[in-house]
Structure formats: structure tokens, C-alpha cells
Design a protein around this ligand. Structure first.
Ligand SMILES: [Zn+2]
Length: 136
């Protein structure tokens, strides 16, 4: 019987991981254009909203990752250097995996909270709470 139990356990372990059904939002591609040697993004606010995140938080992350200065002027994001949309989209994807999707259950039903100056990604679906980089 012991072998059978072992086998059962093994079978359980080998079950494929639950596939992500959490893809409820379609990540919009960043839109914008170059103006001289600046990059203008017109839909970062919308992207942040779709992700349920603060635009400033997303922007600060992008500025840090892209190592470029930037700010929001009249609803548009102005980056101080030329940055390709491909590069920005890649960073947004990275942001999503770091700050939106739960690393335990892979669902996007999460919120960012802060506790004693440590930022956490808290999952509303499974309750997991994981420290994340603080972006200030
Ligand atoms: Zn979760």
C-alpha cells in the first residue's frame, strides 16, 4: 500500500499547474510619438487604470527602468529622451509581472499596500502577501 500512496502523491505532484485564468485584462500597447529628442506617451494613464495602478507609480517605475527623466504634462507623459515603444512595452510587462500579478496564484486581483515603509503586493484572490520594491 505504501507504494500506491507514493504513486498517488506523485501523480498529484505531477498535475499540471492551474493555468492562468487571470488574464482578464488585455494589456494595451503604449501609444505615442517622438518630438525632437523627447518621447511623448498619450495613453499611460489608461494603461495604469486598466492595471488598477496609480499612473505616478507606473511612471516612476518606467523612468527608473529606462533611466530617463520624465513627467506628466496635461495628461501626456513626456520622457526626456528618445525611447522606442518596444522598449517601453517590455518594461510595462515587467511592471505587470512584478506589481500586478500574484506570484502564488497568477491572478491580477491584487493591491499594493504599505506596512512600516515596506511595500507589499497583496493578493485578493488567494491572500498571498509579498514584499515588492518600493517606488517613491
Ligand atoms: Zn494570489
Amino acid at each position: 500500500m505504501e507504494d500506491y500512496e507514493k504513486l498517488l502523491k506523485k501523480a498529484e505532484e505531477e498535475l499540471p499547474e492551474k493555468t492562468s485564468s487571470g488574464d482578464r485584462f488585455v494589456l494595451e500597447k503604449v501609444r505615442g510619438h517622438l518630438e525632437g529628442n523627447k518621447t511623448i506617451l498619450i495613453n499611460l494613464k489608461k494603461i495604469a487604470k486598466d492595471l488598477g495602478r496609480d499612473e505616478q507609480h507606473l511612471l516612476k517605475y518606467l523612468l527608473r527602468e529606462l533611466a530617463t527623466p520624465g513627467k506628466i504634462i496635461r495628461g501626456r507623459v513626456i520622457l526626456g529622451t528618445k525611447v522606442s515603444a518596444t522598449k517601453i512595452n517590455k518594461k510595462i510587462k515587467k511592471y505587470v509581472s512584478e506589481f500586478v500579478y500574484c506570484s502564488e496564484c497568477n491572478k491580477p486581483d491584487t493591491e499594493l499596500t504599505e506596512d512600516k515603509n515596506i511595500a507589499y503586493l497583496k493578493c485578493l484572490a488567494c491572500g498571498a502577501k509579498k514584499p515588492v520594491k518600493s517606488i517613491k
